[in-house]
Ligand binder design. Structure first.
Ligand code: ADP
Ligand code: MG
Length: 386
């Protein structure tokens, strides 16, 4: 499957499925979080960038109150839904993402009636690249335009988040949707999860002769969900004992005192968040000053912190990181929630084949199933493509 979206092909697939041309095609990218892990729910900082893999939706409005939805993914049948009976618990499978957005926008007073929708996504599902937000943001952008709703990008971010929280039932923040909607070509999106303020940070990998390789381990360890809740609980406990609203309120200078007040494990969880927030700020400063060639050590330090202090890595992620570093990567880290999913490596563009081969070989030697390895580059956010 080609990584880039061919709008004409998506429009043609819509026509083949529904018998007419669509009103338009909209696309929204997946994202990689460059640095800042588990900091979002601690009201801290994150630094994602949109990637050159996206979800595209072709849509045509209908005269009635029926929605028909089709995805090119797998052997999906077309699903037909009566919008008069739309409710958060009536949505099946993947359609909860597009219909969740429609439901939220209708709650906000946007008069969305019937429509036909064809989805084609090149963001791998469940790899930690936010295939879900890509769908939400493509659909939200499309209906904002089709219905002249006039919602701002920031409002669309919250539409996607509400769909994910209230309809899909995933307790996620605004990181994914912010990246997918606010990003521009060659930039990352710095996001303050307390104030929800954001700004673009230059991430011109091509000019520096670098690229970012994603290693999708394709594993999801059974304790991923429980582990995520346990880490959130540790962070809440740490904040409570230390008397702050959230761990965002602490700096490195507070750590010695924290060490005396917290149990050993909670202390390590807190230390990860405090240092990770600082690493995000340092990464932004270094990207501004010296460019992407200077941030490698911060990425690798972030991984060590997640492995040792926050304990959310796993053997596959550690192997991907260590092998990339041993083969010329400037820095590497797991990205996303952890316990599986993807790692990223910042590498010289010329090292693409050698790093990819080394990681593949290391996985085979370790008896791990073969990872998916591909380069991503910072891409623009959601937009109409046809
Ligand atoms: P992530 O966002 O990290 O990829 P999620 O679990 O949040 O993982 O979202 C994955 C879900 O998104 C899938 O289970 C599926 O419901 C939906 N999805 C992703 N890609 C597609 C697609 N091409 N077609 C239909 N549904 C998709
Ligand atoms: Mg998701």
């Amino acid at each position: 499957m080609s990584a880039s979206i061919d709008a004409a092909q998506v429009a043609q697939a819509f026509a083949d499925t529904f018998g007419t041309a669509p009103d338009g095609v909209w696309s929204a990218p997946g994202r990689v979080n460059l640095i800042g892990e588990h900091t979002d729910y601690n009201e801290g900082f994150v630094l994602p960038f949109a990637i050159d893999r996206a979800a595209a939706v072709a849509i045509r409005l209908r005269e009635d109150n029926t929605a028909r939805l089709h995805s090119s993914y797998g052997e999906q049948a077309t699903l037909t839904v009566d919008l008069n009976t739309l409710s958060p618990d009536s949505m099946e499978g993947w359609t909860a993402y597009p219909l969740g957005v429609v439901w939220v926008m209708r709650q906000l007073g946007v008069a969305i009636g019937g429509f036909d929708l064809y989805l084609h996504s090149t963001v791998p599902s469940g790899a930690g690249l936010s295939s879900s937000a890509a769908i939400e943001c493509a659909v939200a952008t499309a209906f904002n335009e089709l219905e002249n709703a006039g919602l701002s990008l920031r409002e669309l971010v919250l539409v996607g988040q509400r769909a994910e929280n209230e309809v899909v039932g995933a307790p996620t923040g605004i990181l994914d949707q912010s990246a997918s909607l606010l990003a521009t070509d060659g930039h990352a999106v710095f996001l303050d999860c307390r104030t929800q303020e954001s700004h673009l940070v230059p991430l011109d990998l091509a000019a520096a002769g670098l690229l970012i390789l994603v290693v999708d381990t394709k594993v999801s360890h059974a304790h991923a969900t429980g582990g995520y809740s346990a880490r959130r609980a540790s962070c809440e406990l740490g904040a409570e004992v230390l008397g702050v609203v959230s761990l965002r309120d602490l700096t490195a200078a507070d750590l010695p005192e924290a060490a005396g007040l917290l149990d050993e494990e909670t202390y390590r969880r807190v230390r990860h968040i405090v240092r990770e927030n600082q690493r995000v700020l340092d990464t932004v400063a270094m990207l501004d000053d010296g460019g992407p060639g200077t941030i490698g050590e911060l990425l690798t330090a972030s991984h060590a912190s997640m492995r040792d202090d926050f304990e959310i890595s796993c053997a596959e992620l550690d192997l991907a990181v260590d092998t990339a570093l041993a083969n010329g990567a400037l820095g590497a880290r797991m990205t996303g929630g952890g316990f599986g999913g993807s790692a990223i490596a910042l590498i010289p563009a010329a090292a693409l084949a050698s790093v990819r081969d080394a990681v593949s070989t290391a996985f085979a030697d370790a008896g791990f199933s073969a990872p998916d390895i591909f380069a991503v580059s910072p891409a623009p956010g959601a937009r109409k493509v046809s």
